[in-house]
Design a protein around this ligand. Structure first.
Ligand SMILES: Nc1ncnc2c1ncn2[C@@H]1O[C@H](COP(=O)(O)OP(=O)(O)OP(=O)(O)O)[C@@H](O)[C@H]1O
Ligand SMILES: [Mg+2]
Length: 237
């Protein structure tokens, strides 16, 4: 199986501060992987490299078949169509309904999508995240967990090969966080690679998925699914 993400000796510095140091790993289709580590370890930096928000200082990385370390600005939109992104604070547009938020995500990524197609596909995506009946609601009329579901629908409506999420349950209570993880497991089961940066130790420990651990910019551990012990970084976070 071809990897969806491949990091080869990736280093990223902000000035003199090395945020990621010689990182190597691959992600495969259909794999749900957690990215953990203390605050400042480099998790967000790693996700921003995947989405080509930033470039590595050195090393190479491939995302959905594209060389993110060297693609031109003109091809960034193409890369981002292959990567769905979810943030801690949802980032929904307040003046658009749930359905319009999802459709906007699709049309901003690909201008060839007609309004009618965007409407149909966004309704399908909302249905898939369990919000088929709330498409006309505005973000302020939805709970935090529901808003995050809309954000997930927006992230997957374009059928990306990869979904990355940065602390997606950081603003949710534990029960809602679990529901969000069920959703990520479903998305991985559909064949999308899913990478979730999180501080939620209970979820990471209980789900027994693959766990990548960053400490001070170094990938210090890559635990395969099914062998997740107590998180060593817990002591330091
Ligand atoms: N734009 C920036 N300019 C300078 N330094 C930065 C910048 N962004 C991140 N850093 C530094 O890079 C390191 C890694 O930061 P990053 O945000 O990737 O950590 P993180 O693991 O996501 O932390 P958290 O769990 O708190 O979100 C930190 O030392 C941080 O201060
Ligand atoms: Mg972060």
């Amino acid at each position: 199986m071809r990897p969806i993400v491949e990091f080869a000796a990736v280093t990223r510095a902000y000035g003199a501060r090395v945020a990621l140091d010689d990182v190597h790993f691959e992600l495969l289709p259909g794999e749900l992987t957690f990215l953990v580590g203390p605050s400042g370890a480099g998790k967000t930096t790693l996700l921003k490299l995947i989405n080509r928000e930033i470039r590595p200082s050195s090393g190479r990385l491939w995302v959905a078949g594209m060389p993110a370390h060297q693609i031109k600005a003109s091809r960034v939109a193409e890369l981002r169509r292959r990567v769905g992104v979810v943030f801690q604070d949802y980032k929904l547009l307040p003046r658009l309904t749930a359905r319009e938020n999802v459709a906007f995500g699709l049309q901003v990524g690909d201008l060839r999508v007609s309004d009618e197609e965007a409407r149909d596909r966004s309704l399908d995506a909302l249905e898939a995240v369990g919000l088929g009946d709330r498409g006309d609601a505005y973000p302020h009329q939805l709970s935090g967990g529901q808003q995050q579901r809309v954000a997930v629908a927006r992230a997957v409506v374009g059928q990306p090969q990869l979904l990355i999420a940065d602390e997606p349950t950081g603003n949710l209570d534990q029960e809602t966080a679990w529901q969000m993880m069920d959703l990520f497991e479903d998305i991985a089961a559909w064949g999308t690679a899913v990478l979730v940066a999180t501080h939620n130790v209970e979820i990471v420990t209980r789900l027994q998925r693959r766990v990548l651990t960053l400490v001070q910019g170094r990938l210090v551990r890559d635990q395969p699914a099914g062998r997740t012990g107590r998180m060593a970084w817990l002591a330091s976070s």
